[in-house]
Write a protein that binds this ligand. Structure first.
Ligand SMILES: NC(=O)c1ccc[n+]([C@@H]2O[C@H](COP(=O)([O-])OP(=O)(O)OC[C@H]3O[C@@H](n4cnc5c(N)ncnc54)[C@H](OP(=O)(O)O)[C@@H]3O)[C@@H](O)[C@H]2O)c1
Length: 227
């Protein structure tokens, strides 16, 4: 069996499990809008991954923030910038002039499918290492094996809900770190922590809770997947 990185999720969700609002905007999920947990987690990762919708909507820079974290990273002997990864079935409308592609010196890796045109792949290759993996959906297991071969031993997955569902479905998640904010966002079609088609009753994923920390505006929860 080929090796894959250690995969840990770190996501912020509202009390009702939402990752954004009904307009799919990147909104605060707690009243202090504090993102320290996510920034702290990045320090320990070789690479950070986001789904294609998150890349197109939020264009995250995925940088290490603050002098303290930069020092920590140096101590860990990791390069300052993370490898940035995204999984996007159809990248034909993806813009390459934003933060994901242009901030920091870390390698960018795009996993896409044959839905993306040859011309677009050529354009993306000027900015990133591009892998075409399958007809309509990216084979995530293979994608993680490729990342391991590229030197990524620990992979932080920041969301969104579609990517998280697929990784859980394929048993590719080791640890879950959740910030549960003190806001209720609502919306029947709003992105949640785990979307996709859902799991059948016999295939629900089970977690073992490892730690819960209560803060004034959120709960920090760590869990591991029971395999
Ligand atoms: N609060 C937080 O911490 C946080 C973090 C990240 C994102 N977000 C929010 O989450 C929202 C976006 O989440 P989302 O669930 O809509 O999308 P997503 O998970 O960001 O992206 C899903 C994308 O990945 C593509 N994909 C390709 N292969 C896939 C595979 N094997 N499995 C799953 N997806 C695959 C999908 O394409 P196809 O569907 O075409 O196959 C789709 O384009 C945004 O509003 C963003 O702000 C919040």
């Amino acid at each position: 069996m080929k090796k894959r990185p250690f995969v840990f999720l770190c996501t912020g969700m509202s009390l009702d499990g939402k990752l954004s609002n009904y307009k799919k905007e990147c909104v605060p999920i707690s009243s202090d809008d504090n993102r320290d947990m996510l920034y702290d987690m990045r320090v320990f990762a070789d690479a950070a991954m986001v789904g294609g919708n998150t890349l197109e909507l939020d264009d995250p820079g995925l940088m290490i923030k603050g002098d303290k974290r930069i020092k920590q990273r140096k101590k860990l002997n990791k390069p300052l910038d993370l490898v940035k990864v995204s999984v996007i079935s159809n990248a034909n409308n993806l813009k390459v002039n934003g933060d994901f592609f242009n901030r920091g010196d870390g390698e960018k890796v795009i996993f896409t499918t044959k839905e993306t045109s040859d011309d677009k792949i050529k354009e993306l290759r000027k900015k990133a290492n591009v892998f075409v993996m399958g007809e309509k959906k990216v084979n995530l297991k293979k994608a993680l094996e490729i990342l391991y071969e590229l030197g990524v031993k620990s992979l932080l997955v920041e969301g969104g809900g579609e990517l998280i569902f697929s990784l859980l479905k394929d048993d590719l998640v080791d640890e879950i770190n959740l910030k549960i904010g003190n806001l209720i966002i609502g919306g029947r079609d709003t992105t949640t922590f785990c979307d996709g088609d859902g799991f059948g009753k016999l295939f629900f994923k089970k977690v073992k809770f490892l730690e819960v920390i209560k803060k004034p505006n959120c709960l920090i929860l760590k869990a591991k997947i029971v395999k």
